[in-house]
Design a protein around this ligand. Structure first.
Ligand code: SF4
Ligand code: SF4
Length: 380
């Protein structure tokens, strides 16, 4: 990676074609990327401030937390390098929504609902959505009302005027935790912005009659690099919306560079040697492979094993936690029960078989002898 960074350092970033750019963000963390291109970005962006509206639906705010935990660059540095005006972010705003006799009062300096209305009217912003969107009860969306308006309605208004829409985290992408199977799931009827679980015909924008492409950055939470680098690529025009999206996104709207269709977390797991030797832990706390403890990494299409988390220090399986495939559209139901060996379920986690790499499925099925399986998968 160091070599690639050195090579790219001598390249004019702005002249980079999309393919090279995507390769670069695939191997770099946000810190290296933004550091390497700082000067070029600053000069390039002097004339191009981008507004960001960040909406929160039903969620734990974990994706914003994850972004705020980005250490180098931190969010402030990243936003200033990318020349972003974070115009609206419900959990970071100082403004309050104030009503008097059912009417909004004050000005946009003090009232977040007025501010949001003004920003939407002005247009020319990237919309980031975090959290699931309830359609219930009975299609009203009234299970989430903010500022006297259903979140469903607010999302629709903001989506109509957005230049690009990015869903961040499993809940915004496909419903995630908010849409997990339960006694009330039918009534609450949680949706993602463009998908409901794996179903693209039931995304909330479709429900609202809005036909706009959405970039999905899943995860529970999403990795700060995935968020910052995707926003960076859109802001800098390296990914043009909508024309470039079919080439850079997979069938679930995820950037292939971070969520490669032919690569799973299992491929680069630090415990992979144990798996290949069949040394499978049966109790937590050991050094071996976590497959028998319910690891779902062979079904998780993400670069966690390469990129790692918390400043590239560690990641789930490295820290001893079985991967729960939090980036997949059927998460969490497809990964449940979380800490039980997947074979016990007798099904492939409910995942779309076409999206699961042949290598990973073969490897998961035999739980050993991966090299032979790899040859089989390639038909050698
Ligand atoms: S099954 Fe999980 S713990 Fe085992 S090697 Fe694969 S990713 Fe690592
Ligand atoms: S290792 Fe698995 S559970 Fe952990 S963040 Fe990556 S995809 Fe999600």
């Amino acid at each position: 990676m160091k070599n690639l960074v050195r090579t790219l350092d001598s390249v004019d970033f702005l002249k980079m074609d999309r393919r090279t750019f995507m390769k670069a963000v695939g191997v770099m963390g946000a810190s290296v990327f933004l550091g390497t291109y700082k000067t070029q970005m600053v000069s390039a962006l002097e004339f191009a401030e981008t507004k960001l509206i960040w909406l929160h639906g039903s969620e734990c705010t974990g994706c914003s937390e994850s972004l705020l935990n980005a250490g180098n660059p931190d969010v402030g540095q990243a936003l200033s390098k990318l020349n972003v005006n974070l115009a609206y972010h419900e959990t970071l705003l100082a403004q309050q929504g104030i009503f008097n006799d059912g009417k909004l009062v004050n000005t946009s300096e003090l009232n977040s609902e007025i501010l949001l209305e003004e920003l939407i009217k002005e247009g020319k912003y990237i919309l980031v959505v975090e959290g699931g969107i309830p359609n219930g009860p009975q299609g009203s969306g009234r299970y989430l009302v903010i500022g006297n308006k259903t979140f469903k309605e607010t999302l629709g208004e903001a989506a109509k005027n957005a230049t690009a829409i990015v869903a961040v985290g499993a809940c915004a992408c496909w419903g995630g935790i908010t849409s997990a199977d339960s006694d009330v799931a039918k009534d609450t009827d949680y949706r993602g912005v463009a998908f409901a679980k794996t179903d693209a015909s039931k995304g909330m924008l479709k429900e609202l009659g809005i036909d706009k492409p959405v970039i999905n950055i899943p995860g529970c939470p999403a990795h700060p690099d995935w968020i910052l680098l995707t926003l960076g690529a859109v802001i800098l025009g390296k990914i043009k919306v909508p024309e470039d999206l079919p080439a850079v996104l997979d069938e679930y709207g995820r950037p292939k560079v971070f969520f490669p269709p032919d690569h799973t977390v299992h491929d680069n797991c630090p415990r992979r040697g144990y798996y290949d030797r069949g040394e499978l832990d049966e109790e937590v706390g050991g050094p071996g492979c976590l497959w028998k403890l319910g690891c779902k990494a062979p079904y998780a299409h993400a670069d966690c094993g390469i990129r790692r988390w918390n400043g590239s220090v560690s990641m789930c399986t490295q820290a001893g936690g079985p991967c729960i495939a939090c980036v997949e559209p059927d998460f969490p139901d497809g990964s449940r029960p979380l800490y039980v060996e997947a074979e016990d379920k007798g099904v492939l986690l409910g995942a779309n078989i076409d999206t699961v790499s042949k290598v990973a499925v073969g490897a998961a099925a035999v739980a050993a002898g991966v090299h032979a399986v790899r040859r089989m998968g390639k038909g050698e």
